[in-house]
Write a protein that binds this ligand. Structure first.
Ligand code: AMP
Length: 304
């Protein structure tokens, strides 16, 4: 049996304000690293790299501790934890950023303990691309660097996003961002352009439309698990990334189709409640149930 691998992940650790058609919440634990680590932690050990302010709540530390997430590379700086507010439209089809308060992120420079730098799987979660690049330079013995980004960085610093792609083996990106970055509306064409920027594996996420996976001259669509009632889609992309990388880490072999299925299944739990709450009580049985359901609908659609 293959040995389980550890994942090193950098991303934002945040306190969010959420406004959705199903209600509002203030001071919710969030950030790309938070969602990612809770999702990936269902499968494999995760070490987080990030920063918080002295105001970071005890509940956040407890959440990491209770889910065995390694926090040795999280810096605690004088100042305020990153805060973000978002509001969803009445049908969840769009999201507007209400505010972004960088706080300690403004002067953050990632530090990774020498014993944690040697990591086969590295996730560059959504943060300023210069910080993603700093982490990519610090790590050694990497098999896969997996990256994510957001519209803000494609707007502000597309050349830096290109640099991140150039060092990434795998990119996970949503379809709006893929179109924005490549200028191509056609998903297979956008995937081709993303490949030419560096990554050998491209996953373009299309919300309820599933994901387009392209690697080794193969391309296929993976459906979602249909959730009955969406409450809060915040962090769905990071939960997807966590399931995807967690699967790769647990299995120790690069089965990207199964990894996308795992990512979709994990993300489907994440949207069922506010913040990361619904990721916390996922059982192996319910996860396996959703994985099987996605797999069977995928093969049915392919006529296999
Ligand atoms: P997602 O729904 O996948 O876009 O992820 C939402 C999470 O990303 C929220 O918990 C936010 O705290 C975090 N976030 C929003 N904007 C930024 C940003 N500019 N940099 C880093 N993290 C962010």
């Amino acid at each position: 049996m293959q040995e389980m691998k550890t994942i090193l992940a950098v991303g934002s650790i945040a306190i969010d304000t959420l406004q959705t058609p199903n209600g509002n919440r203030d001071n919710v634990l969030g950030g790309s690293a938070t969602y990612f680590s809770l999702a990936a932690g269902m499968f494999a050990p995760v070490k987080l790299v990030g920063v918080v302010g002295k105001d970071y709540p005890k509940a956040g530390w407890q959440l990491f501790k209770s889910h065995n997430i390694n926090i040795d590379n999280i810096q605690i700086m004088d100042g305020k934890t990153f805060r973000w507010g978002g509001r969803y439209s009445h049908d969840y089809s769009s999201r507007e950023t209400l505010f972004t308060e960088l706080g300690v992120f403004e002067s953050f420079s990632p530090v990774i303990r020498s014993e944690d730098r040697c990591s086969p799987l590295v996730f560059l979660g959504n943060i300023q691309p210069d910080l993603q690049l700093e982490v990519a330079q610090l790590v050694t013995s990497v098999e896969y660097i997996v990256s994510d980004t957001m519209n803000l960085w494609i707007d502000l610093c597309p050349d830096k996003v290109k640099e991140v792609l150039a060092v990434s083996h795998i990119v996970l990106i949503n379809h709006e961002e893929a179109i924005q970055f490549t200028g191509k509306k056609d998903i297979p064409e956008a995937a081709c352009m993303l490949h030419s920027a560096g990554p050998e594996v491209v996953v373009i996420k299309m919300g309820a439309g599933g994901s387009y996976l392209s690697f080794n001259d193969r391309a296929l669509y993976v459906p979602v698990f249909p959730v009955e009632r969406i409450i809060d889609p915040t962090g769905a992309g990071d939960s997807f990334a966590g399931g995807f990388m967690g699967y790769l880490a647990q299995m120790g072999r690069p089965d990207f189709i199964e990894a996308v299925i795992a990512g979709s299944a994990v993300a489907s739990f994440g949207v069922e409640n506010f913040g990361p709450e619904s990721l916390l009580n996922v059982t192996r049985k319910s996860l396996d149930g959703r994985i099987s359901s996605i797999r069977s609908r995928m093969f049915a659609a392919e006529g296999v």
